[in-house]
Design a protein around this ligand. Structure first.
Ligand code: HEC
Ligand code: HEC
Length: 247
């Protein structure tokens, strides 16, 4: 950047600083008159920004993860019955948003809300542990459905979900779009029902409406189909279907 350009910028800031103070004061006033949820949201966004600016340390992340492994397993694979989700290989940006959502009451689960309580997990620790988890081996044991609704699930996925979650349900780190490939069947099903029933307040309303249009078989088929996807961008849906048809 040209030095002159920067000088001009700082000068403008200095000259305008009085005005900035007034603007900041007005913003504070406005903030204090906002409902509590809106303020919590802005704090949540600040914490998320703090996490994203922190340079992750994988060694420290591994230490923090020992506390998570008690439930999520030392490989981050969760449990096949879907009571505990698989975390291994999920994008750090997605994990971070979920953790902040639990902390700020935008996602509900008493165990996770206790884990991310302000005093137990700093923004730096969240940056470290999510970086660690995102590079864990994705090859973990996954609970699947009975295979009877796979074609239906595949069709529904390609029709309604692929545009955002990706061709192979690999998600997108830059957009904090969750990887759904290789998540436990029962967990996926439960999240979809929870979202439709209003138990996942962090879901955008348009997403809830989309899921609400699915019927029982669509949901079972989708969850089964997704649980069997390898999740790498190279893996194609037909291949995943082929492997699932083997005994
Ligand atoms: C006491 C058990 C327990 C511990 C300890 C625990 N978790 Fe969890 N975690 C769960 C359960 C159960 C869920 C599913 C909750 C739900 O359905 O919303 C979950 C969900 C999550 C999710 C949401 C995943 C998704 O894709 O929706 C993330 C992220 C997560 N945990 C990260 C962590 C991290 C990081 C730690 C350690 C710092 C940790 N958990 C420690 C039990 C635990
Ligand atoms: C417009 C983009 C978009 C479309 C289309 C979309 N999703 Fe999502 N989905 C998202 C985003 C963004 C999130 C993360 C929400 C959050 O912050 O918790 C998400 C989260 C999810 C989750 C929770 C994942 C987890 O680990 O907690 C599931 C399950 C899911 N979507 C399933 C589906 C299914 C099934 C479809 C198709 C019927 C679909 N989505 C279509 C954007 C989309």
């Amino acid at each position: 950047m040209a030095a002159g350009g920067f000088g001009r910028y700082t000068n403008a800031v200095r000259k305008g600083s009085y005005r900035w103070l007034r603007v900041a004061g007005a913003a504070l006033l406005l903030l204090s008159s906002l409902p509590i949820e809106v303020r919590a949201l802005s704090t949540a966004q600040q914490v998320l920004a703090q996490i994203r600016h922190s340079t992750p340390n994988l060694e420290r992340g591994a230490e923090v993860f020992t506390g998570c492994a008690a439930c999520h397993g030392s490989d981050g694979g969760g449990t096949r019955d879907g009571l505990v989700p698989r975390l291994a290989g999920q994008h750090a940006s997605v994990l971070q948003k979920q953790l902040v959502d639990y902390r700020y009451d935008r996602r509900w689960d008493p165990r996770m809300q206790a884990v991310v309580d302000q005093h137990s997990l700093s923004p730096e620790a969240i940056a470290d542990v999510t970086a660690y988890i995102s590079q864990l081996d994705r090859d973990v044991g996954i609970g699947t459905g009975d295979g009877s609704l796979l074609q239906r699930g595949a069709a529904a996925y390609l029709r309604s979900c692929r545009a955002c979650h990706g061709r192979a349900a690999q998600g997108d780190a830059a957009r904090a779009m969750p990887r759904l490939a290789g998540q436990h069947y029962e967990y996926l099903r439960r999240q979809i029902y929870d979202a439709v029933d209003g138990r996942r307040p962090n879901f955008p309303p348009s997403h809830i409406r989309l899921l609400a249009r699915l019927d029982r078989d669509d949901i079972a088929g989708l969850a089964d189909y997704l649980s069997r996807l390898g999740g790498s961008p190279e893996a194609s849906a037909p291949q995943a279907l082929k492997t699932t048809q083997e005994p």
